[in-house]
Design a protein around this ligand. Structure first.
Ligand code: ZN
Length: 179
């Protein structure tokens, strides 16, 4: 609706903004300080909240491990990170400082929904009788050697997650630009 003067000239800029140009696909054991990476791995230590509201977990791949952190300014993104569990398979995106990946994005490739637990008997969970000695039902005295695999309910889904725009680097490619 706005009528402007006739266009005199125009120019197209080439930019690396929103391209992920800074990210190098690599293995954890290859990681160097002050570079940015895409790393595959398995959550090997569950997330914990540290002073300042940052959330940290350990990622492992082929015997190498690195800590990953979602800093407080990443706000709601931390809610996803907090829900990760040991055994989850993820791909992390971010820069490395002090041997720690500063998370910009994460792709959750698979969620570990299995957990080994003592079996249930007489409506209660059997109690361990000591290391390597099996479990016993406190009510009926039944003994079981095996633990059972149970399904753990998860509050997050597989998928791609990114920090909010207020915490995003200008180089970071927004997920909406992935096809
Ligand atoms: Zn029983």
């Amino acid at each position: 609706m706005i009528k402007s003067e006739p266009i005199e000239r125009h120019v197209v800029y080439r930019t690396n903004q929103n391209t992920d140009m800074h990210l190098i696909p690599a293995k954890i054991h290859e990681v160097q300080e002050d570079r940015s990476y895409i790393l595959d791995g398995i959550v090997s230590k569950a997330p914990k909240t540290i002073t300042g509201g940052h959330i940290i977990f350990e990622l492992s791949e082929n015997g190498a491990a690195i800590e990953c952190v979602a800093f407080e300014p990443t706000k709601g993104f931390r809610g996803i990170i907090r829900e990760l569990r040991e055994g989850d398979e993820v791909t992390v995106f971010g820069s490395v400082k002090d041997k720690t990946v500063n998370l910009e994005k994460i792709r959750i490739n698979s969620l570990n929904v299995q957990e080994l637990r003592n079996p249930i008997c007489c409506g209660k969970r059997m109690k361990s009788m000591g290391k390597g000695q099996g479990k016993r039902c406190e009510k009926c005295g039944a003994v079981s050697k095996e633990q059972v695999n149970e399904i753990v309910p998860r509050r997050i889904s597989q998928g791609f997650y990114e920090v909010p725009p207020c915490a995003r680097r200008h180089l970071a490619k927004p997920i909406i630009r992935y096809s």
